[in-house]
Design a protein around this ligand. Sequence first.
Ligand SMILES: [Zn+2]
Length: 162
Amino acid sequence: MAKKDYCTQNNGDCSTCSLVNYGMDCRNVPLTTAPPKATTKLDRAMATYVGFKGDVTVRAVLAQIPQELQDSLTAKQLGMVMSAVNQAYHNGRASTGAEVVDGDAVWIDSLKQLIPLEDIYKITEHICLRCGHHWHPDSATHPTICPKCKSPYWDKPRKTNV
Ligand SMILES: [Zn+2]
């Protein structure tokens, strides 16, 4: 790990520095290069998950995996589902061990399970065509209004020649 410019302790080795607390260094910067030991199921799943590990992405992907399924899967399987769902969503095709079936579900090869496409819509980032606001939904239901400008026509382009 590169020594940080502001480091005055321990020769830049945050992993053993006494100023590190809850994964934050002496300036409260998260220690992203030295992940904590995987202790929870989610941590272990993350170790398997090969999608973009941004916080929003992970929460969005996790949000669309039913709790029941999360509970029934091993951490490794959960990681595979997260990867497959994320990649299937981004690629829209079967290149990564996941395949959209009949237009309404995604088949995950590694799990031999179908995940409803409706759930996958939860990881879609919605963009309001009226005000340009974009947001991540917290449920699979199609938003009725834009949370910012409240337009019910957020998903419909403005008519240009009325
Ligand atoms: Zn809007």
